[in-house]
Design a protein. Structure first.
Length: 401
């Protein structure tokens, strides 16, 4: 039987990045106590007000079809939030509710790029970016972020990557997987490039509330960018509700009209009860969000400190987000070999980043979505495992914890 060319385009390198994750899930299901640090699935509970409002909506039988672009009150609340944070007007007509940030990115690329077009993204890329671009028919062009610069962009390299075929610049800050939070000067340079070459800028802002080193800046807030910026975000990370599959796209109104047509034949709207459940979280800055941000800041510093003792490896505390990268290129193992052996010998599951692009080869992405004690124990096990590779003195491992 034959399949369409789409099945090849959505099976990019990133599809293999989850192999260790699924193997670890199998081991845990079989009864092994595996410390799961592969995905950004918050371990903290959601805000009580969100849970209470969601339950109340369910009890009120709010289970019917919702408007295709989302509940009007929620679209208005998101628009008001964006205007409040950016200082740039935003209306409900600029907002579409989608099934999480991932669905918003997928829909955005389908509406903005196609065969013969090029999409520029910074690499390491999140594992699904390649497949999302492939699904649109466009070609992904990557600009490397290097550990030597703290994974901040080389703006000259970015400018050289633009060609007459370029349609979209795809930006993710705080960046996944590196944890870099792009500076105001960096974002202003990207915006200038988009204005000069008449490009769309797609801004993945799912970690916007988890910036530590400096405040998050949305490209939409910069001069002349509201009309060419597509902001995609959600409450999945900041409010610990990834299972709600509720995100949004903020974009010029003509693009939102195209979203209506796409979602009409794809999702036909989303769950109304979750949309009513998060209204309070979007109308007010809940204290739980600040606490989550502090949790990840503390955990990032904690884990990077422990991993500093890992022989022939280098860990960098993140500037934002919920991951620490560990560079294992100095060991005798590839990142996949390291992750496989670590799972087998120490029951710690981390994500090898080879599928995130060539500049991520030899890196491990370690999620901070675990309590401090569990995270510290994972760090000690990683150090212990790495010391066995080099026969380093084992007694130093306990001191590092």
């Amino acid at each position: 039987m034959q399949f369409s060319s789409l099945v090849r385009r959505v099976a990019g390198r990133g599809a293999g990045a989850w192999r260790v994750h699924f193997a670890a899930l199998d081991e845990r299901a079989a009864g092994r106590d595996v410390i799961m640090l592969t995905v950004g699935d918050p371990d903290q509970p959601p805000p009580e007000s969100v849970l209470a409002a969601t339950i109340a909506a369910l009890e009120a039988h709010d289970t019917g079809y919702s408007p295709i672009l989302g509940v009007p009150e929620l679209r208005e609340a998101i628009a008001a939030r964006i205007a409040r944070r950016s200082g740039v007007p935003c209306a409900a007509e600029n907002v579409a509710i989608v099934a999480g940030t991932q669905a918003g990115l997928f829909a955005s690329l389908l509406c903005l790029a196609g065969a013969g077009d090029e999409v520029i993204a910074f690499e390491p890329i999140y594992a699904t970016y390649e497949a999302v671009t492939g699904a649109s028919g466009a070609r992904l062009v990557t600009v490397p972020l290097h550990p030597e610069s703290g994974f901040h962009p080389d703006l000259d390299a970015l400018a050289r990557a633009v060609t007459p075929k370029t349609r979209v610049l795809w930006v993710n800050s705080p960046h996944n997987p590196t944890g870099a939070v792009f500076t105001a000067a960096e974002l202003e340079a990207m915006a200038a490039l988009c204005r000069k070459h008449d490009l769309w800028l797609v801004s993945d802002e799912v970690y916007e509330d988890l910036a530590f080193a400096r405040p998050h800046i949305s490209a939409r807030s910069l001069p002349g960018m509201a009309e060419r910026t597509v902001v995609v975000s959600s409450l999945s990370k900041s409010h610990a509700v990834p299972g709600f599959r509720l995100g949004w796209v903020a974009a010029p109104a003509p693009l939102i009209k195209h979203f209506f047509n796409l979602m009409l034949c794809m999702t036909y709207g989303g769950p109304s009860f979750t949309q009513h459940g998060v209204l309070d979280a979007l109308e007010h800055d809940l204290p739980e969000v600040a606490q989550l941000r502090e949790d990840y800041r503390r955990r990032g510093t904690l884990l990077a400190g422990i991993l500093a003792a890992t022989p022939h490896c280098r860990a960098m505390a993140p500037e934002g987000g919920m991951f620490v990268l560990l560079d294992v290129r100095g060991t005798c193992l590839s990142s996949e070999q390291f992750a496989d052996a670590l799972l087998k010998e120490e029951a710690v599951a981390v994500l090898p980043c080879d599928g995130f692009g060539p500049s991520a080869v030899g890196q491990l992405r370690i999620s901070l979505a675990a309590p401090d004690e569990r995270l510290a124990e994972a760090g000690r096990r990683i150090v212990r495992f790495a010391r066995r590779l080099t026969n380093a003195p084992a007694d130093l491992v306990e001191q590092d914890g």
